[in-house]
Design a protein around this ligand. Structure first.
Ligand SMILES: Cc1cc2nc3c(=O)[nH]c(=O)nc-3n(C[C@H](O)[C@H](O)[C@H](O)COP(=O)(O)O)c2cc1C
Ligand SMILES: CC(C)CC(=O)C(=O)O
Length: 407
C-alpha cells in the first residue's frame, strides 16, 4: 500500500502527505488485536517517533487553518491520531457543521463600550469562558508534552484538565500549572486500588475537581491510520502508571468497560472533590447526573473520536440545559473553532467551552507559546463578537442572541 499524495481533511482541505518509503510488508508488522477490546497499538519495529520541539510564538490567523499548519510539522501518525475521528468521521464533521447552522441576532445600540470576558467555573476564575479539554498522549504533539499545553493554558488565563492517560505524570503537569486552576480527568481503571491511587495522587497534587469520562468504555473505531497505511510509534509513554508498592508488578487496564454509577460514587467518596461527568449527550443522563450529585455536566461526543453518528454537541446543548435547569454548570466541547462558536455555546446555556485539537496544533507549532497564541486568537474573536453583537459581559450573552440559520 502506498501513502496517498494528498490527504483530504475536513472542509475539503487537502494537505500534502509526507514522503514515506516503507512498504506494505514493513507495515504488516503492526499488531492488530483480535480481542473484543480494540486499543491504540504500537509498532515495535517502526522508527523512533520524533515530535516537534520548537518553542516560539506563532501567528494564528484563525483556529481552523491551524490544522493545515500543524499537518506540516507533525509526523503523519501523530497528526492523524490527533485530527482523526472514528468510523466515517461523521460526528467529527458534524461538530463544526452544527455550529455553522447557527446565526447571531445582534442587539444594536446597547451602549456597550467594551466586552469583559472574565468568568468563573466551579469556583475557579478564568480570563474567558474557554478551558483546555483533557487530551491523552501529548508527547505525540510536542517534546514539551503536557507541560507545554498546561503552561500555555495557564499563561492565557485558562483552566487545564489533565487526563489519566497523559504522557507525563499528573504531578509533573500539576507543577506546570503552578497556581493556575486545574482539574483531573480519569478513565476509571478496572483495578480499584489503581483507581484509588490515581484519585488520591490527583487530590494531593492540588487538582480541584475530578472529570469522569463516560464515553470510552472501549476504544473508538479509529480507521485513519489503517486507511493511510501509517505505522504507529514503537512505544507510547503513559505517565500515570502505578507507583505505590502495593501495586508493584501490576500493569492494570486503564479503561473499565462496565462503568456505572458506582464508579461515580467511588470517585466522589475517594476525593470529596466536585465531580464533572464528561460525555453527556442526552437530557436523561444529564438529569441522572444531577440526581447522583455531579457538580457539573460536560456535553461532549469526545470530538467525534468514540461513537460515530452521535449528534454535534451544540445540537444537544439546549435540551440538556433544559434538563439541568440551572442546578449545575455546563461545559461543552466539540468543534469550537471561532469566537462566535464560543458566543453561541454561552448563549445556549453553557458556562464555559473547552477546546481540544486547536490546543494540540498550537502546541505542535510553538510549544507553550503556541498554545497561548491559540487562546489569544479565540479570546480576541470572542471579544469582537461580543462587541459587535452588543453583549458587554458573559452574563449578558442570553439565548435570544442565537437562532438557527434559515438557509
Ligand atoms: C488527541 C486527543 C486525545 C484525547 N484524549 C482524551 C482523554 O484522554 N480524555 C478525554 O476525556 N477526552 C479526550 N479527548 C477528547 C477531548 O477531551 C475533547 O472532548 C475533544 O477533543 C473536543 O473536540 P475538539 O477537538 O473538536 O475541540 C481527546 C481528544 C483528542 C483530539
Ligand atoms: C490515549 C487515548 C485513549 C486518549 C483518548 O481518549 C483519545 O484518543 O480520544
Amino acid at each position: 500500500m502506498t501513502v496517498q499524495d494528498r490527504i483530504p481533511l475536513q472542509n475539503g482541505i487537502e494537505v500534502p502527505a509526507r514522503s514515506d518509503s516503507s512498504t506494505a510488508a514493513d507495515r504488516s508488522s503492526v499488531t492488530i488485536s483480535p480481542t473484543a477490546r480494540p486499543s491504540l497499538q504500537t509498532d515495535a519495529s517502526a522508527p523512533p517517533y520524533e515530535a516537534p520541539c520548537i518553542e516560539q510564538p506563532i501567528k494564528v490567523v484563525n483556529l481552523r487553518t491551524l490544522e493545515q499548519q500543524a499537518a506540516k510539522v507533525l509526523p503523519e501518525f501523530g497528526f492523524h491520531f490527533i485530527a482523526g475521528g472514528s468510523g466515517d468521521e461523521w460526528t467529527l464533521r458534524e461538530n463544526e457543521m452544527a455550529f455553522d447552522r447557527l446565526t447571531i441576532e445582534p442587539r444594536y445600540l446597547p451602549g456597550v463600550a467594551s466586552a469583559d470576558l472574565r468568568t468563573t467555573i466551579l469556583g475557579s476564575a478564568v480570563s474567558a469562558p474557554i478551558i483546555t479539554a483533557p487530551m491523552g498522549l501529548q508527547g505525540l504533539a510536542h517534546s514539551s508534552k503536557e507541560v507545554g499545553s498546561a503552561r500555555g493554558t495557564i499563561a492565557a488565563g485558562g483552566l487545564y484538565v489533565t487526563t489519566s492517560v497523559s504522557t507525563l505524570s499528573l504531578e509533573e503537569i500539576a507543577s506546570a500549572c503552578e497556581a493556575g486552576p486545574k482539574w483531573f480527568q480519569i478513565y476509571v481503571p478496572e483495578d480499584r486500588d489503581y483507581a484509588r491511587e490515581q484519585l488520591q495522587r490527583a487530590k494531593q497534587a492540588g487538582y480541584t475537581a475530578i472529570v469522569l469520562t463516560v464515553d470510552a468504555t472501549t476504544y473508538g473505531n479509529r480507521e485513519r491510520a489503517a486507511m493511510l497505511g501509517l505505522r504507529a510509534p514503537p512505544r507510547l509513554e503513559f505517565g500515570n502508571t502505578p507507583i505505590s508498592p502495593a501495586l508493584a508488578g501490576r500493569t492494570p487496564d486503564m479503561h473499565k468497560t462496565a462503568l456505572d454509577w458506582g464508579d461515580v460514587a467511588f470517585c466522589v467518596a475517594e476525593t470529596g472533590l466536585p465531580l464533572v461527568l464528561k460525555g453527556v449527550m442526552t437530557p436523561a443522563l444529564a438529569r441522572d447526573a444531577v440526581r447522583h450529585g455531579c457538580a457539573g455536566i460536560w456535553v461532549s461526543n469526545h470530538g467525534g473520536r468514540q461513537l460515530d453518528h452521535l449528534a454535534g454537541s451544540i445540537s444537544v446543548l439546549p435540551r440538556i440545559v433544559d434538563a439541568v435547569d440551572g442546578k449545575v454548570p455546563i461545559i461543552i466541547d466539540g468543534g469550537i473553532r471561532r469566537g462566535h462558536d464560543v458566543f453561541s455555546a454561552i448563549a445556549l446555556g453553557a458556562s464555559v467551552v473547552a477546546i481540544g485539537r486547536p490546543v494540540l496544533y498550537g502546541l505542535a507549532l510553538g510549544g507553550a507559546k503556541g498554545v497561548e497564541a491559540v487562546y489569544a486568537r479565540l479570546r480576541a474573536e470572542l471579544a469582537m463578537t461580543m462587541q459587535l453583537a452588543g453583549a458587554g459581559s458573559i452574563a449578558d450573552i442570553t439565548p435570544d442572541f442565537v437562532s438557527r440559520a434559515s438557509t
